[in-house]
Ligand binder design. Structure first.
Ligand SMILES: *Cc1c(COP(=O)(O)O)cnc(C)c1O
Length: 467
């Protein structure tokens, strides 16, 4: 039951704002935001006391210091930095690909001033928005031309609306997929004004199935990568070279929604067989679309590469204006693509690729180091190093589990689900795994400096400040 005197001991907003610690902060941050933050912090404290979760309230000065530290750690925003301790590298709920410091710095520089976004500095005339990345994409994908839009869903929609409107489009029944939320291939085809011609069966599609559809008048062939599930057993599909032969003979375009395009050979990441846009173009796709924030490891973007005359038609579609990419994403994409020209630069400076390339030995060593730190600094926790199976995530490599490692944690008197919730509520939230009713932190997806934040969060939890 709530303790009345404890409730009364919670200071007033004005008292906290008047403390020396807050006075120091007040000149540096927007005053209204600070007041809102203090009010919300005290309201949360009151709720915790009322629910019996908290059995003591710190003194005014200590409370003011904690709230000021929280403000500096988390700021006033709802959308904020979060630590991903799930081992899922491209976690769509956690913002997919993190940017490396070089790329983020370039974005910040472009964001803080004006830029030559649509301006040719050479001749002082209007320029094309995508010109900073199109050449790089042509080079990296071995394609005639390239176009970037807001995301891959937009790229697929633009491709189908431009090329397939009013046509019959042949697609395998095994590829009529739903990719997260409400993005369903048949619906996008319908939106694009195309008429879906299903060929083959769920598990098996043969060249003759496509040939029949083409003979009956299909005006394009669409292939969709099965990004978020995999089929095993008695299955067969027609690969791009086979589809390309059929499309070429009928003089119709072959379109490929690749989903997650990797700009280097999968072998470089220890992931052989990962499809790449370069291979798709080489194998005869006329247009290939993929995301900027999956295996490219950059900002949200939709990239289309392929034949120059088809890309030109996409560029002229009025829909392209509605789906255009924003300048900050474009800045991130250019910086990432420049790094992607060298395998060493990409693996060293594109976090997604670096995280995917980490092997179990390296991860075990990082997990040992984190466990040793927790054991040394926070003896209240029982921790042990465990082997894990991490995932690429984000609809990229559904059938590939990555050998990972992590730290399993227990705190006497605190159920695992409660510990997991407290980590999520930390000033820099930590999202972890609950495995066999134990809290587990996978180290693969921890970024530079995250271990310090994790230890700080655990310290607050063990100290009762957040319990
Ligand atoms: C992820 C994915 C999409 C959607 O891409 P976004 O960039 O999230 O819009 C479309 N098609 C496939 C095959 C995908 O894997």
């Amino acid at each position: 039951m709530a303790d009345k005197s404890l409730l009364r001991s919670i200071p007033r907003v004005d008292a906290i704002l008047g403390s020396p610690r807050m006075a120091a902060l007040r000149g540096q941050v927007p005053a209204g935001q600070l007041t809102d933050f203090v009010r919300a912090s005290l309201a949360r404290l009151r709720e915790e006391v009322l629910s019996g979760e908290r059995d003591h309230v710190a003194g005014e000065d200590e409370l003011a210091r904690d709230i000021a530290d929280d403000y500096l750690a988390r700021g006033p925003h709802r959308l904020r930095r979060t630590i991903n301790a799930t081992g899922v590298v491209l976690h769509t709920n956690l913002g997919r690909a993190p940017l490396g410091p070089e790329v983020a710095a370039h974005v910040a520089e472009v964001a803080q001033g004006y830029s030559n976004l649509e301006y040719e500095l050479g001749d002082g005339a209007r320029g094309g928005r995508g010109s900073c990345v199109e050449g790089l994409l042509r080079e990296l994908c071995g394609a005639e031309d390239a176009l970037v839009v807001n995301n891959n869903a937009a790229a697929a929609l633009l491709m189908l609306d431009t090329i397939c409107r009013g046509r019959d489009v042949a697609i395998s029944r095994g590829e009529l997929v739903e990719i997260g939320g409400s993005f369903r291939v048949p619906d996008i085809l319908a939106r694009g004004g195309a008429c879906l011609v299903e060929v083959g069966t769920t598990n098996k599609t043969h060249p003759a199935d496509y040939e029949r559809a083409v003979a009956e008048g299909a005006g394009a062939i669409l292939k969709v990568h099965r990004s978020n599930f995999y089929m095993g057993g008695f299955t067969e599909e027609v690969g791009l070279p086979g589809l390309s032969a059929i499309a070429r003979q009928a003089k119709i375009p072959l379109l490929f929604d690749l989903g997650a395009g990797l700009l280097m050979p999968g072998e470089a990441l220890g992931l052989p067989g990962v499809p790449s846009p370069r291979a798709a173009i080489r194998d005869g796709a006329d247009l290939v679309c993929f995301s900027g924030d999956k295996l490219v490891g950059s900002a949200q973007a939709g990239i289309v590469v392929g034949r120059a005359e088809l890309v030109a038609r996409l560029r002229e579609n009025p829909l392209a204006r509605a789906l255009r990419i924003d300048k900050l994403s474009l800045a991130a994409l250019e910086a990432t693509l420049r790094l992607s020209r060298s395998r060493a630069d990409a693996l060293g400076h594109v976090p997604t690729l670096r995280m995917l390339s980490l092997g179990r030995e390296e991860l075990l060593a990082r997990a040992e180091a984190l466990a040793a730190r927790v054991a040394g600094e926070l003896p209240a926790f029982a921790c042990r190093v465990v082997e894990l199976e991490d995932e690429a995530g984000g609809g990229s490599l559904p059938s590939t589990l990555l050998p990972g490692a992590g730290v399993e944690l227990e705190l006497a008197g605190t159920p695992s689900a409660r510990l997991e919730a407290l980590l999520r509520a930390a000033p820099v939230p930590v999202v972890c795994l609950l495995r066999d009713d134990r809290v587990v932190l996978s180290v693969r997806t921890l970024q530079e400096g995250d271990e310090d934040e994790v230890v700080r969060a655990l310290g607050r939890i063990a100290g009762g400040g957040a319990r």
